[in-house]
Design a protein around this ligand. Structure first.
Ligand code: LLP
Length: 419
């Protein structure tokens, strides 16, 4: 459920008419709904009521906007970060260091040091090599690094290959067969408190069965590690729950996910960590765009919008589907190819899509753009970076300025010796 709906024939974000935002801020612009974010945060938390000890750490990569993080911080959420840049954002939003989990296969020495200095709650170590390096840095700094070992369970999450992370040949975590031995080695490091294990098998999961298989494997590993004399107090179950991108599409609900987790983990006697991203932010945002012109095509017309693959990369990268709707639908429909202005054919949001009839100057939205939207933007074709707005009831604020192509050019220079 979200708060983007028609009121008197005009699409609103909560109680703000989208044309007002387009008028004030220009297009393209991401529009987020605070009420939707809060609702999703609450629904996910309530779905886990059956889990006694837990931390819900929002996957910052899904939407790192400071205002969005602030909304979630106020909901008691922690943060799952994958770079010092994301860590700084989480801290700036007021998220306590103890509620920050640092994942990622390529944490640099400088990042490990900065995160130790900040006193974050947990490092999810993705390799033996990283664990040794972290132990050395922590020893040098005279601190104790709280850690979990990320396990690659070799489970196919059944999602798009590019966002699948738990198969044996993916780069993430340590192979489950070697986990006991690597755990033993790293647990022996005095500057490391290796207190648990972590798993994340992929994103936009439409089936709970692979997740359950991965969790069961992790549960068996916890038993084996305890059997070998290790103390396990924390297990991080990652994120991955999918959201509906198409009207009428059904996916496992947070409640079903929560019930499965409670059932599988009931005897684990650990604190659980969750890293949801998309399920919190996905349906809390739309990308608002204006039709530049409609061009005749061989078959269907091309609706050329002022948003492009640099603003919303998911269709070009993954062939992802985003619902497309007019802000002021007149009732007529058309079949069209929805494209952006960028000079490559990949800049296509949809081919042969049945959608509201649109003409030059009309406003439209790509739905479910609140996760992995603005954060994946680039300035390709020197188009600058898209602006972001947060709506709260009948008010709204620009929460990320548009960075125009000129400002980006200002950061570049031609060396003297080329003049
Ligand atoms: N934890 C870890 C370690 C992750 O790698 C991810 C996502 C998450 C949590 C959050 O997963 P979520 O709950 O959002 O599914 N750009 C892609 C998605 C990449 C996901 C990467 N990892 C997309 O647009 O679909």
């Amino acid at each position: 459920m979200d708060h983007f709906a028609l009121q008197s024939g005009v699409m609103h974000a909560e109680d703000v008419a989208l044309p007002r935002i387009a008028e004030d801020v220009g297009t393209p612009v991401y529009v987020y709904s605070r009420a939707t974010l809060e609702r999703h945060a609450r629904v996910f938390r309530e779905a886990l009521d059956g889990v006694p000890n837990k931390l819900i750490a929002f996957a910052v990569k899904a939407n790192p906007n400071l205002a969005v993080l602030k909304v979630l911080q106020r909901q008691g959420y922690g943060a799952d970060v994958v770079s010092v840049g994301e860590m700084r954002r989480a801290l700036a939003a007021g998220i306590e260091p103890a509620k920050i989990v640092f994942s990622g296969v390529g944490k640099t020495a400088a990042e490990l040091e900065a995160a130790l200095k900040a006193g974050i709650g947990q490092f999810n170590i993705e390799s033996e090599e990283e664990g040794i390096e972290l132990a050395e840095i922590a020893a040098r700094m005279g601190c104790l690094a709280q850690c979990a070992l990320r396990i690659n369970p070799d489970v196919d999450a059944g999602t798009h290959d590019k966002i699948s992370t738990g198969k044996a040949d993916n780069k993430f975590g340590v192979p489950i067969d070697e986990a006991g031995q690597i755990f033993g080695k790293l647990a022996g490091q005095p500057s490391v408190n290796l207190r648990g294990v972590a798993v994340h098998i992929g994103s936009q999961l439409g089936d709970l069965a692979p997740l359950e298989r991965a969790f069961e494997k992790l549960g068996n590993l916890v038993t084996a590690l305890r059997g070998a004399g290790h103390t396990i107090t924390h297990v991080d179950l990652g994120g991955g729950l999918g959201v509906p991108y198409k009207q009428g599409e059904t996916l496992p609900s947070p409640a079903e996910y929560g019930a499965m987790v409670a059932r599988v983990t009931k005897d684990w006697d650990v604190s659980l960590i969750f890293e949801p991203g998309r399920v919190i932010a996905g349906n809390a945002g739309v990308l608002l765009t204006r039709v530049v012109r409609v061009k005749r095509g061989i078959n269907d017309p091309f609706v050329i919008v002022d948003a492009a693959m640099n603003d919303l990369a998911r269709p070009a990268l993954y062939g992802a589907y985003h619902d497309f709707a007019a802000v002021e639908p007149g009732g007529d429909r058309m079949t069209a190819n929805i494209v952006g202005p960028i000079c490559e054919t990949g800049d296509t949001f949809a081919m042969g899509r049945d959608c509201d009839r649109l003409v030059t100057g009309d406003l439209a939205v790509f739905r479910t753009a609140g996760a992995y939207g603005a954060t994946m933007a680039s300035s390709y074709n020197s188009r600058g970076f898209v602006a972001e707005v947060l709506v709260d009831g009948d008010k709204f604020a620009v929460v990320a300025d548009r960075i125009d192509a000129g400002e980006i050019m200002d950061a570049e220079r031609v060396p003297d010796w080329l003049e």
